[in-house]
Write a protein that binds this ligand. Structure first.
Ligand SMILES: [Zn+2]
Ligand SMILES: [Zn+2]
Length: 126
């Protein structure tokens, strides 16, 4: 594994679901000589190699996830934070319902996270 690739993987592991730009910013802090093209190219290669997972987010940049096991995401519509969740046997259920063998899926459940809900509540009280 190249030095850059190692660094990028470390960053993704330490911070959860980041966009390519966020990963680049962080990588640049640690290694100022790193080019944005290098980060993008490595993210592509790592996704192909299944070292990381690319998460498609509607109307927002893709996020990258170091947790490659099948899992789903809760997506806060307010602060756009992604959280991991795991729904047991969802793939089996989907396969039974559709009658096809599912290789993978992207499921983002939209919600308002508790942090944002708390903020909303305090706003309403004012
Ligand atoms: Zn939120
Ligand atoms: Zn995740």
């Amino acid at each position: 594994m190249s030095k850059h690739r190692e660094l990028i993987l470390e960053i993704i592991k330490s911070s959860g679901h980041m966009t390519a730009d966020e990963i680049y910013m962080k990588a640049k802090q640690i290694r100022p000589s790193i080019a944005i093209g290098t980060v993008y190219r490595n993210l592509g290669l790592m996704t192909e190699a299944r070292e990381i997972r690319r998460i498609f987010v509607p109307n927002a940049p893709d996020r990258f996830d170091s947790f490659t096991n099948p899992h789903e995401h809760l997506f806060c519509q307010n602060c756009r934070t992604l959280s991991d969740i795991s729904i047991n046997n969802l793939k089996d259920y989907l396969e039974k319902q559709t009658g096809v063998k599912i290789i993978g899926y992207d499921l983002n459940l939209k919600y308002i996270c508790s942090e944002c809900r708390k903020k909303e509540e305090t706003k309403e009280q004012i």
